[in-house]
Design a protein around this ligand. Structure first.
Ligand code: DX5
Ligand code: ZN
Length: 223
C-alpha cells in the first residue's frame, strides 16, 4: 500500500501559518501533523484547539493531531470539534487506554496511540485491534529538529510483524527525525505514515521535498 506523508506544522513559520498551510495544500502531502504540547507531559508548550480550528479552516488535508498532554481524555471531543481526523494519545499518559480509544472512536475520529522511545511495542498487544494508528516516536517528544533514534527502526519491524500475523489494518506512523535520508529504510521496516517537520519546512523547497518523500521506494518497494 502506498505510504503517506504528514508534514509537521510545528516546524512551520508561525508568523506565516496560512502561507505554510497553503504550501501543504498545494503539495502531495496526505495529512497535516499537528503537535499539541502541554508543558507537563513534555517539557514544551505549543498551542491549543483555537489554533487547530484556524489550521483546519485553511487546511484541505486531514488533520493528524498528536496529543502530547496529560489527561488527554479531557480534551478529545474539543480537538475533534476543532477538526481532528486522527487523534493520537500517548500510551504513557493513559492509565485506561482501552477506554480512551473507545472515546476517540465515539467522536468519529480515527484512534491513534503514540509510544515514547523507551516504551516497547508489546504494551499494545491487548489493544492493537482497537487502534487505527500507532505512532512510534523516534525522538523524545517535545521538540522538532532532533536526531532520529536508530533503535526505533526495530520497533517498527516488530510491530509490523504483529500487524501482519494478526491480519490487522492498524497503520504505523513514525515521528521524529524523519527525512529523505532514512525514509526508505523506515518504509521497508513497515512504516506507512512518515511525519516530517524540519526536513520539510526547513528545506529549500518544501514542495519538492514532500514530492521526493512521496516517491521514495516507488521503484524498489512492494508497498
Ligand atoms: C516531536 C513531535 C514531532 C516533531 C517532528 O515531539 O511529535 O511531530 O514535530 O519534528 P522533526 O521532523 O523536525 O523531528
Ligand atoms: Zn508529532
Amino acid at each position: 500500500m502506498k505510504h503517506l506523508i504528514a508534514p509537521s506544522i510545528l516546524a512551520a513559520d508561525f508568523g506565516n501559518l496560512a502561507k505554510d498551510i497553503e504550501m501543504v495544500n498545494q503539495s502531495r502531502a496526505d495529512y497535516l501533523h499537528v503537535d499539541i504540547m502541554d508543558g507537563r507531559f513534555v517539557p514544551n508548550i505549543s498551542f491549543g484547539m483555537d489554533i487547530v480550528k484556524v489550521m483546519n479552516k485553511h487546511c484541505e488535508k486531514p488533520l493528524d493531531v498528536h496529543l502530547m498532554i496529560v489527561e488527554p481524555e479531557k480534551y478529545i471531543e474539543a480537538f475533534r470539534e476543532a477538526g481532528a481526523e486522527i487523534i493520537t494519545v500517548h500510551y504513557e499518559a493513559c492509565p485506561h487506554l482501552h477506554r480512551t480509544l473507545q472515546q476517540i472512536k465515539a467522536t468519529g475520529a480515527k484512534a491513534g496511540v503514540a509510544l515514547n522511545p523507551h516504551t516497547p511495542v508489546s504494551v499494545l498487544d491487548d489493544v492493537l485491534e482497537n487502534v487505527d494508528l500507532v505512532c512510534i516516536m523516534s525522538v523524545n517528544p517535545g521538540f522538532g529538529g532532533q536526531k532520529f533514534i536508530y533503535r526505533t527502526l526495530h520497533k517498527v519491524e516488530k510491530l509490523y510483524e504483529q500487524i501482519i500475523t494478526r491480519n490487522l489494518s492498524t497503520v504505523i506512523e513514525i515521528d521524529g527525525g524523519v527525512g529523505l535520508q532514512n525514509a526508505e529504510s523506515l518504509l521497508k521496516a513497515g512504516a506507512r505514515v512518515l511525519v516530517a517537520g524540519s526536513s520539510v519546512f526547513k528545506s529549500e523547497n518544501p514542495l519538492d521535498t514532500i514530492s521526493r518523500m512521496k516517491d521514495i521506494g516507488k521503484d524498489t518497494l512492494m508497498v
